[in-house]
Design a protein around this ligand. Structure first.
Ligand SMILES: *[C@@H]1O[C@H](CO)[C@@H](O)[C@H](O)[C@H]1NC(C)=O
Ligand SMILES: *[C@@H]1O[C@H](CO)[C@@H](O)[C@H](O)[C@H]1NC(C)=O
Ligand SMILES: *[C@@H]1O[C@H](CO)[C@@H](O)[C@H](O)[C@H]1NC(C)=O
Ligand SMILES: *[C@@H]1O[C@H](CO)[C@@H](O)[C@H](O)[C@H]1NC(C)=O
Ligand SMILES: *[C@@H]1O[C@H](CO)[C@@H](O)[C@H](O)[C@H]1NC(C)=O
Ligand SMILES: *[C@@H]1O[C@H](CO)[C@@H](O)[C@H](O)[C@H]1NC(C)=O
Ligand SMILES: *[C@@H]1O[C@H](CO)[C@@H](O)[C@H](O)[C@H]1NC(C)=O
Ligand SMILES: *[C@@H]1O[C@H](CO)[C@@H](O)[C@H](O)[C@H]1NC(C)=O
Ligand SMILES: *[C@@H]1O[C@H](CO)[C@@H](O)[C@H](O)[C@H]1NC(C)=O
Ligand SMILES: *[C@@H]1O[C@H](CO)[C@@H](O)[C@H](O)[C@H]1NC(C)=O
Length: 433
């Protein structure tokens, strides 16, 4: 068992408890915020321990203010992790920080507080007490790095509304900034189903977002989105299990995959390959914090073969066994640099229970920057092999959520999505200038 699964195990055992709601007063208002996709210079951005030390360039970020008087912060929206955190070590160079000393509404949480003792149980490492009797949290990552700081609360301001008492981690060490020096983000907003996640604290019945494919923009909507102009969504139930299993993340947004199609051809695999096994391995998570989509080996190989089969006539495969894009994507093509658009590609459909998500067009291939062979660019298939990353799950990443209205309906325990033109949706909400 590797370090990742050990941490994962710890997280699962800690989460074996009955849930109590510690929520703030239900927030009835709907909030609309602009969402940005942002390119990061670095290889990895720290997040929850049960995740791959993932390489990604693109994150979804939301800008807001925290504290009194308000300080601007930019946070990565992550449906795959729980604790929101801000970088609070103001001595760090080249990194935006939150200065807790300048906020009169900032309040550190002490160890005996129920927030510290009761609400940190889904964390992979238990919260501890520091020398000042404050609640100390350690976040560890799959690549063995970690970050530490205190749990604290402060006022968050979204779109003009003040929300006091939001709990987050005020981190003062860790997150080696070597590779992430010009990062433009101050922290991360945890959006999973754990008790301390931002959505759980706010008791939002649902939230939704849309990410544009072209202009790095999007919209995040916290609360009910009932607009007649919005395309009806296709819904698939969120899966929850009552028994803790070592590889199953119970606070993730889990859906049930039942098949995969390439154009009209369904991959010849039994449905059982998509069902979590007795260890919990094989869960399908919808994750805004991961860029691409990863499938377990058998499904990945079948998809790779079929996509290759259907594209072999008009695309040239990069024949270089030593080149694996981001460590997990080994189907790449040579595309002449002088072409203006990619040829028409067969769509890949992810068949969830009751709903299908179709990935088509340019979202199927991603240009590997800096990779040139002769007069050709290298483009890679945007589905990767989980096994090459050492993870035991299917992960639906944000690249395939582009131009989709993605709704996380906690109240009805379901996920809805539909294709929309995201820049137009943003205009309807007035978040673009
Ligand atoms: C915070 O952001 C607002 C709006 O973008 C901007 O007007 C203001 O100058 C920023 N404040 C600081 C201290 O950067
Ligand atoms: C806040 O102020 C205290 C006391 O002056 C100081 O020890 C601490 O380093 C400051 N923290 C930050 C993040 O600047
Ligand atoms: C810790 O916080 C709890 C609840 O907020 C409070 O009742 C208690 O007095 C605090 N203890 C100390 C040592 O500050
Ligand atoms: C904290 O959790 C324990 C065990 O689940 C429970 O007995 C206790 O009442 C909880 N404390 C609060 C303040 O909810
Ligand atoms: C804050 O960051 C500086 C520079 O990275 C580091 O030397 C220092 O130990 C950090 N402070 C704390 C309290 O971890
Ligand atoms: C959504 O809006 C329609 C028309 O305004 C209304 O009939 C319906 O009850 C609303 N649904 C919810 C869940 O609020
Ligand atoms: C694609 O699959 C079909 C039938 O499965 C097979 O006859 C054909 O040779 C394959 N084509 C390529 C290019 O692999
Ligand atoms: C691209 O360049 C090749 C020669 O390198 C040429 O044959 C082809 O016509 C060019 N295509 C376009 C679209 O310019
Ligand atoms: C990520 O972005 C940086 C600069 O924006 C670029 O140099 C690097 O090649 C990109 N990596 C990938 C995998 O696209
Ligand atoms: C690249 O294209 C140019 C112009 O079309 C041609 O002269 C050259 O030979 C090509 N280079 C390779 C490596 O194919």
């Amino acid at each position: 068992m590797n370090a990742i699964s050990l941490l994962f195990l710890a997280a699962v055992y800690l989460s074996f408890h009955t849930k109590t709601c510690f929520c703030l007063a239900p927030f009835s208002q709907m909030l609309v915020l602009p969402l940005k996709t942002q390119e990061l210079q670095s290889g990895s951005f720290p997040r929850s321990p049960n995740k791959l030390p993932f390489h990604h360039n693109v994150t979804l970020t939301v800008s807001l203010t925290v504290g009194t008087p308000p300080q601007n912060v930019t946070m990565v929206l992550d449906t795959g992790s729980e604790l929101s955190w801000l970088q609070c070590n103001t001595t760090r160079v080249n990194q935006p920080t939150f200065d807790s000393n300048r906020s009169t509404s900032y309040s550190p949480i002490n160890c005996s507080s129920p927030t510290c003792t009761n609400r940190t149980r889904d964390f992979s490492l238990p919260a501890s007490c520091d020398s000042k009797n404050l609640c100390h949290a350690t976040l560890s990552y799959a690549d063995a790095s970690s970050a530490e700081g205190n749990l604290a609360s402060d006022t968050f301001n979204f779109g003009g509304s003040d929300i006091p008492g939001v709990v987050f981690g005020c981190m003062d060490s860790g997150f080696s900034s070597n590779s992430d020096e010009d990062s433009k983000t101050t922290g991360l907003m945890g959006m999973n189903r754990g008790s301390l996640s931002f959505v759980s604290q706010m008791s939002f019945p649902k939230f939704s977002y849309c990410i544009s494919g072209f202009d790095f923009s999007g919209v995040l909507l916290l609360g009910e989105a009932n607009f007649t102009w919005l395309t009806p969504l296709n819904y698939t139930p969120l899966i929850q299990i009552s028994t803790p299993l070592p590889y199953f993340d119970r606070v993730a947004y889990t859906v049930q995959l039942e098949g995969i199609k390439v154009s009209d051809k369904v991959l010849p695999l039994p449905k059982s390959v998509y069902v979590p096994d007795h260890t919990g391995a094989g869960q399908t998570m919808v994750d805004s914090g991961t860029q691409f989509t990863f499938l377990l080996g058998p499904a990945y190989n079948a998809l790779r073969n079929e996509f290759l089969n259907q594209t072999g006539k008009f695309l040239r495969v990069l024949d270089d066994p030593n080149f694996v894009f981001q460590g997990a994507m080994d189907l790449c093509y040579l595309v002449p640099q002088n072409i203006t658009s990619l040829p028409l590609l067969p769509a890949v459909s992810l068949m969830f229970r009751d709903a299908e998500m179709k990935v088509s067009g340019d979202r199927l291939l991603y240009r590997a920057r800096g990779e040139v062979r002769g007069n050709d660019s290298v483009y890679c298939f945007t589905f990767g092999n989980s096994e090459l990353l050492g993870i035991e799950a299917y992960v639906i990443g944000n690249h395939h959520q582009q131009n989709m209205w993605m709704e996380f309906d906690l109240e009805k325990s379901r996920m809805g999505f539909a294709q929309v033109q995201c820049d137009l949706a943003g205009q309807r909400f007035g978040v673009y200038h």
